[in-house]
Design a protein around this ligand. Sequence first.
Ligand code: UD1
Length: 337
Amino acid sequence: MKIVVTGGLGFIGSHTVVELQNEGFEVVVIDNLYNSSESVLDGIFNITGKRPIFEKMDLRDKGSVQQFFKKHQDISGVIHFAASKAVGESVGNPLLYYENNLNSLVYILQELKELPSANFIFSSSCTVYGQAEKMPITENASIQTAMSPYGNTKQIGEEIIIDTAKVTSINSILLRYFNPIGAHPSAEIGELPLGVPQNLVPFITQTAIGLREKLSVFGSDYPTPDGTAVRDYIHVVDLAKAHVIALKRLLNKKNIDKVETFNLGTGTGSSVLEVIQAFEKVSGQKLNYQIVGRREGDITSAYANTDKANSILGWKTQLSLEDALASAWKWEQKIRS
Ligand code: UD1
């Protein structure tokens, strides 16, 4: 079966391509290489022994999207990762985010709805919950007003899919990720942040390798056990596997609703200081860090209730925070060597 993976050379996309190929799917990757590199194809090949079909394409170009789907009428599903994801950048350039994250989604759905096998997996985010009242967060927690244009594109994206599925043959699963980290254990693929990393783990590994002088820990006065903010860090390989399981659910017509939503996290919250300690343990490196003020827009705590994904998808995380940090460290060392 032929599956399209948009953003398939990005961080989560590339790991999902590996898992799909390992399960025997034929993969067509669409990527505009805006925030990724063609060399990721080599990493995928080194792991799986297979090279996905690659189409360099910008999904904001409606004509190209139409042509692509005309050429690939035999596809069985789309996993849609392609999107911009930097919260700060989205505040400064909202139209870039609305154009890139929403136009592309609309163009794909317009073509997909005409195909016999209109299965669609969407990358959503726990950001839709804002600061939830109760931990751990279930899928029924209320959606909060988005704190950034980026977060808003995820909320609107979910709504676009729900409205479209009601009146077309499209079936979809919305996957709300908590904090994806780590790299493939082979260190053949991993995260390649552009410029100064905004996310915690790439900043930690770049500090440990000497690219950054020190990590700033944003806030130690949160109402958490050690005062630093708590998140649910999930290994990208566990996350990638969930996509294959969700896709198979749609392909086997096992979904109960036309659109289903699942949290993807570990179910365990870790504070920033706990992540630093775990990193120091697995890497044997002492990390230079300093506690500074809170980062604007950050929430206190977010971790997932994963019961729904565990029981309905039959998916559970298999890898630990330590596994994830060890793989991220191995990857950082490999790309700087
Ligand atoms: C962020 C986004 C989220 C998005 C996700 C995508 C915000 C508010 N949220 O999640 O919407 O889906 O990235 O990857 O931007 N931290 C430090 N020092 C650093 C970097 C981070 O202390 O240099 C702390 C943060 O304050 C936070 C935790 O580490 O408590 C995790 O931060 P990060 O990796 O940026 O993820 P989120 O902010 O949870």
